[in-house]
Design a protein around this ligand. Structure first.
Ligand SMILES: Nc1ncnc2c1ncn2[C@@H]1O[C@H](COP(=O)(O)OP(=O)(O)OP(=O)(O)O)[C@@H](O)[C@H]1O
Length: 364
């Protein structure tokens, strides 16, 4: 379930005839070195029969971008790769119809505004341009790797190793801290919204994507906005906190809970509620995990027990202690460094070894 009637976010930009044009010239924006592509490059998707892409493939768009094909399709938009003819560099273009169910779709307007505010922060993708046509809004972004959900599925064990997940979590905490610092909640933290860079200088730098569900939770002076008595559902059912199941106003602690579930899924290969569909059933198991029921932390998941306890104990009414959370997950990868190789650069050998060791454990 992914609900998105965005009634609750105040418009940041009054003009709603399309997202504002932003075109960043190469001299103003330092693109990462284009010489060498590293990491797990996105692959073009086969065109779906009977579906017409928003931007025609193999044509020049806005006289600047040669569209190569579609690499991703979210619930709302399409993501393309294109060659930016001005800088001879491959980029990603995200396009979303301007109208949804007869209403002006504001997701991308908000996403563009937040991305602009985040420029200069290491875990935000570079935004290279934006604008609109009669039918859709678009944002031009730095091209990144495939997302962590797809990377996990590439692993022969369908899991990532402790040291890789530790480094993903520590960088995600920093990404969320940077977003919370400018006053916004993400509200859709999940493996599909996390990628890495693909150049020598960015290949170990995590990038948090998809700011379409953000909500402002504090004002410029740092004062928190008043909570609503009841909030609508926002997020993805598998990863939202129990507070979201209860329709409570989300706060930074709820982004941390979604990050903890993300780390759990990457490390254990699945979440305990993976096969459940009903919100109440999922909520019940999430509560048991929150209360620290040890049976849910078997195999590699036990490595996340302390982090889970810390996240479950967070006070939802204050900003989380980011540094303490980072210290807790550092023990998953220490003495490795953030710049050491990650699973996908080493044929997932560490994840395979960990699977063998945990199978040995359970047979004793
Ligand atoms: N800059 C990028 N470089 C490479 N791949 C990207 C980039 N941006 C998005 N993607 C890919 O496209 C997918 C969908 O992107 P995104 O989540 O931004 O779209 P969405 O329409 O908002 O999706 P959702 O339905 O989750 O809201 C991502 O999971 C990722 O794999």
């Amino acid at each position: 379930m992914r609900d998105d009637s965005r009634k609750d976010s105040p418009p940041l930009i009054k003009k709603i005839d399309g997202i504002p044009k932003l075109s960043v010239e190469p001299s103003e924006k330092k693109m990462p070195s284009p010489n060498k592509r590293l990491g797990v490059m996105p692959r073009l998707k086969k065109p779906e029969p009977d579906s017409v892409p928003l931007i025609p493939i193999d044509e020049k768009f806005k006289k600047r971008w040669h569209i190569e094909g579609i690499i991703g399709k979210g619930g709302y938009g399409e993501i393309y790769t294109a060659i930016d003819m001005k800088i001879a560099e491959e980029v990603a273009i995200k396009a979303e119809p301007m109208e949804r169910k007869g209403k002006v779709a504001r997701r991308m307007i908000l996403e563009q505004a937040v991305l602009v505010k985040l420029q200069g922060k290491p875990h935000s993708p570079l935004i290279l341009g934006s604008g609109h046509t009669e039918k859709f809004n678009y944002i031009v972004l730095q091209l990144l790797s495939i997302n962590l959900g797809d990377i996990r599925r590439m692993s022969p064990t369908r899991k990532l190793s402790k040291s890789t997940v530790g480094r993903i979590t520590v960088q995600s905490i920093a990404a969320l801290r940077d977003l919370h610092e400018i006053g916004y909640l993400h509200r859709d933290v999940k493996p599909a919204n996390i990628c890495f860079g693909i150049t020598p200088t960015t290949r170990h730098v995590l990038k948090l994507l998809d700011y379409g569900l953000v909500r402002r939770y504090k004002e410029a002076d740092g004062e928190w906005r008043q909570h609503r008595a009841k909030a609508g559902f926002r997020g993805t059912q598998r990863y939202v906190s129990t507070r979201v199941h209860r329709r409570l106003e989300q706060t930074p602690a709820d982004d941390m809970v979604s990050l903890m579930y993300t780390a759990f899924e990457l490390l254990a290969g699945e979440l305990p509620w993976r096969n459940l569909e009903k919100s109440d059933d999922i909520w019940k198991i999430k509560e048991a995990v929150q209360y620290g029921h040890i049976e849910y932390f078997s195999g590699m998941a036990r490595e996340l027990f302390d982090f889970s306890k810390l996240v479950s104990g967070l006070d939802p009414m204050v900003d989380p202690p980011y540094a303490t959370l980072q210290t807790c997950v550092k023990k998953l990868y220490s003495p490795k460094k953030l710049t050491d190789l990650y699973d996908w650069e080493e044929n997932f050998k560490e994840a395979i070894l960990e699977k063998t060791l945990s199978t040995d454990d359970s047979s004793q």
